[in-house]
Design a protein around this ligand. Structure first.
Ligand code: CA
Length: 222
């Protein structure tokens, strides 16, 4: 999952980026409203963590612009402005959730999981496809009741495909979920992760749609 973090406080941003990376997210960190607005116009993020008090363009304005483009991506607002009025403004501008500073990193990660889950239309805590169970909170995958050891990137590829069950994801879309800006994308990385997933789980789980991408079907059985 790729997350956009927008925070101008360097110490806090650094801590959030490190915390989210540890939770398995690829994190792009923007420090002002204008670059955040530009990033949101070009990239598809699984979710956005948005500070309100930002240089160059206020967080609420970033959010309004995002929604006026019709982008549905879930947005969690971070705010030190602890007034009901500010929270109402944020939610009215299209935020899905908010956290008051200071907050606990574990709570931020849990709220993001809930937002991503809701946005995908999958309300269950455990994601399932073809007898494979994926637990985003515990970062764990079970197949035939056995825990399957996956690398963080393998987990991220499987997570993205299961969240989009029935839809084809292109290699580029999977790469976007795996790598933050500035991170070097290894060539054939996605193919290699898919190869490992088929070997560790079962070969038919992930289909290759030639020239288009990869797919897990709703009814795929081992
Ligand atoms: Ca700020």
């Amino acid at each position: 999952m790729r997350i956009l973090l927008v925070e101008d406080d360097v110490l806090l941003g650094d801590a959030i980026q490190a915390g989210l990376k540890q939770s398995g997210y690829a994190v792009d960190w923007m420090r002002d409203g204008v670059t955040a607005d530009q990033a949101l116009g070009t990239e598809a993020y699984a979710a956005v963590v948005l500070d309100l008090g930002l240089p160059r363009l206020d967080g609420l304005e970033v959010l309004r612009r995002l929604r006026s483009r019709g982008a549905p991506m879930p947005v969690l607002i971070l705010t030190a402005r602890d007034t009901v009025d500010d929270r109402i403004k944020g939610l009215d501008a299209g935020a899905d959730d908010y956290l008051l500073k200071p907050f606990d990193m574990g709570e931020l990660a849990a709220r993001l999981r809930a937002l991503v889950r809701r946005a995908s239309g999958k309300a269950e805590l455990l994601l399932q496809a073809g007898g494979v169970q994926l637990d985003p909170a515990a970062h764990r995958v079970l197949y035939r009741d056995q825990v399957v050891e996956l690398s963080p990137k393998e987990f991220a590829v499987l997570h993205a495909l299961i969240l989009s069950t029935g839809k084809v994801l292109s290699r580029a879309q999977l790469e976007e979920q795996l790598y933050a800006w500035g991170e070097e994308v290894e060539s054939n990385a996605v193919e290699v992760h898919i190869h490992h997933l088929r070997r560790k789980l079962f070969p038919e789980l992930i289909e290759t749609i030639r020239g288009v991408g990869y797919l897990i079907r709703d009814d795929k059985k081992a």
